[in-house]
Design a binder for this molecule. Sequence first.
Ligand code: ZN
Length: 66
Amino acid sequence: MKCPACGGRQLGKLRKNFFFCWNCYLEIKMEGSTTELFSIEEDGNLQACKDLTRKSVNVKLKSKLG
Ligand SMILES: [Zn+2]
């Protein structure tokens, strides 16, 4: 399985149907043929992330985390 946003394979399973990409810090929900992406806000809430190619979101998150 690969991350639909960055194509990376560094995925960790969070819970049923939910995965986390260590490369772009996005949470991925996979249910049947449906894939949804969420960015994780500073307060821990999930924000739906519809534009899979928007790298600026990932860069912003990375800088926040470290
Ligand atoms: Zn990724």
